[in-house]
Design a protein around this ligand. Structure first.
Ligand SMILES: NC(=O)c1ccc[n+]([C@@H]2O[C@H](COP(=O)([O-])OP(=O)(O)OC[C@H]3O[C@@H](n4cnc5c(N)ncnc54)[C@H](OP(=O)(O)O)[C@@H]3O)[C@@H](O)[C@H]2O)c1
Length: 319
């Protein structure tokens, strides 16, 4: 089987280009180290060069092992061929903890730098938090945006990451961040797919030069934080059937045509290749129009991650 060449794009203040499709590494149920490592190596063989991880996923270590193995096997010639995104977990979202947290992620990844470091959620979690969802409302605290972003900028200035950005940020949160940022965020990674198209946030980010990266592009099919609303959407299935594609490919192609990048997870050899096979065809105007008119429903809720608290409702309402 051949290796797909994934196009790369410039993303704002990031010092290098980003492959438009990345392999997600958040698995449900969580994958053991060997399973995740094998899947990542298979993804590199298929042509994936961008990998999305996070301290919270527990996938930094298997990703690091897979990168080291890919280099040993000569699947990639140098580290620089890969684009690695990881994320600051909310328990470390405090000025003095951020550079050390970044260094801990680098150690897990066996890397000297990552390509993108994102603030995972726009909140801070208190030190009492031992498990998710958090046990008490008081443990979810506001983020001190100015000092947290200064520490993110410090990570970039120290060369620990080529780019810095955010995840799950609303227009309101971005506005607050931009009011003091010296380096603007390159990326906002958010849920986006044909059933949650993020029109307003995309307009805002376009105007500010912030690149959108779409997570759960397939609606997180078969996971506890998602369902089959995208892969079994009638309109996508009809378009797929008439074009000899799958509904997943139609969803991913639609995202690509919106100018966003995509992080999608498959640890299955066939499906990870299927998800890359979207570059040599395009949707017709009529097909795009039908997708644009799909009824909208947010899938990934902050409340499901953090717990059933009033502050969660506020964040869910914004994003
Ligand atoms: N920043 C954040 O807060 C945040 C939140 C969620 C996710 N993410 C990131 O984004 C990545 C992707 O999002 P996601 O994992 O939530 O959802 P996703 O990519 O929309 O869906 C992944 C699920 O769909 C299945 N799948 C993959 N390809 C398929 C296909 N062609 N047809 C049918 N099913 C398919 C996968 O199973 P198989 O593996 O069995 O194929 C997996 O269960 C994550 O892994 C993570 O890296 C970030």
């Amino acid at each position: 089987m051949g290796v797909t060449q994934v196009p790369e794009i410039s993303v704002g203040s990031c010092d290098r280009t980003m492959p438009v499709i990345g392999m997600g590494t958040s698995a449900d149920p969580p994958a053991d180290l060997e399973t995740a490592k094998a899947a990542i190596l298979e993804a590199i063989r298929a042509g994936y060069r961008h990998f999305d991880t996070a301290f919270a996923y527990g996938s930094e270590k298997p990703l690091g092992e897979a990168i080291a193995e890919a280099l040993r096997l000569g699947l990639v010639k140098s580290r620089a061929e890969l684009f690695i995104t990881t994320k600051l977990w909310s328990s470390f979202a405090e000025k003095d903890m951020i550079v050390p947290a970044m260094k801990m992620s680098l150690s897990n990844l066996q890397l000297e730098y990552v390509d993108m470091y994102l603030i995972h959620w726009p909140v801070r979690l208190s030190k009492e938090v031992k498990k998710m969802p958090v046990e008490k409302r008081e443990y979810i605290l506001p983020l001190d945006m100015k000092s947290v972003w200064e520490a993110m900028e410090e990570c970039k200035n120290q060369g620990l990451t080529k780019g810095i950005g955010v995840s799950n940020f609303s227009c309101k949160k971005l506005e607050e961040l931009l009011s003091t940022a010296k380096i603007p965020p390159a990326v906002n990674q958010v849920e986006m797919n044909p059933i949650w198209q993020q029109k307003q946030l995309r307009e805002y980010c376009n105007a500010k030069g912030i690149h959108i990266s779409a997570y759960s592009p397939l609606g997180a099919n078969n996971t506890k934080w998602g369902d089959n609303r995208v892969v079994e959407c009638n309109v996508l299935e009809e378009i797929a059937k008439s074009r000899g594609k799958t509904s997943a490919q139609v969803a991913l192609r639609w995202l690509y045509e919106q100018g966003v990048s995509i992080v999608t997870k498959s640890f299955n050899k066939q499906r990870m290749r299927e998800n890359l096979d979207i570059f040599d065809w395009s949707l017709t105007e009529e097909e795009s129009k039908r997708i644009a008119q799909l009824p909208q429903k947010k899938g990934v809720l902050f409340a499901n991650v953090m717990g059933p608290y009033d502050i969660c409702l506020e964040i869910d309402a914004e994003i």
